[in-house]
Design a protein around this ligand. Structure first.
Ligand code: FMN
Length: 138
């Protein structure tokens, strides 16, 4: 089994979260690599059993949260990838608001419907995140 964690990070927190997610998934027996949207080889996506897609939350802090342009461009360029189970993740400071709905809307028709949403303020996996990931992998 193989997982790909693709993240878009502006200042590093989402990269850390993606790397912790990949390390946890690997420790649970599913080989995972974390790559930025700029470094992701689209050809590898078709082989993945699990696809975990993350982007930092940008917006006006209380309203209008959305994934940023490089993440949206990555999704636009991504081939339709119906096979992998999909999870979304984000990092934020105040509220994620419309972030996950916007990520889901961008992915519609490209991937299976995401089964998990993880969010973090500090980019570290919580115990609750770990339980959710275990269920996602089961
Ligand atoms: C321009 C800008 C807009 C932001 N908008 C929001 C927001 O609407 N809601 C929120 O909770 N955090 C917001 N944040 C905080 C970031 O989402 C948070 O710091 C995130 O962890 C950054 O991830 P990164 O280090 O991977 O870039 C914003 C940060 C910036 C720089």
């Amino acid at each position: 089994m193989m997982a790909i964690v693709v993240y878009r990070s502006h200042s590093g927190v989402t990269r850390r979260y993606g790397e912790e997610i990949a390390a946890f998934v690997t420790a649970r027996g599913v080989a995972a690599q974390a790559v930025s949207v700029g470094d992701c080889d689209m050809a590898t996506l078709a082989d993945a059993d699990y696809l975990l897609l993350g982007c930092w939350t940008s917006g006006l802090f209380v309203i209008r949260q959305h994934p940023d342009d490089p993440w949206l461009a990555f999704v636009r360029e991504m081939p339709a990838t119906p096979r992998p189970k999909v999870a979304l993740f984000t990092t934020y400071q105040l509220r994620t608001g419309s972030q996950f709905p916007k990520m889901r809307a961008a992915l519609a028709g490209k991937t299976a419907s995401p089964q998990l949403e993880l969010k973090s303020r500090n980019g570290h996996l919580s115990a609750s995140d770990e339980r959710s990931l275990e269920q996602f992998l089961a």
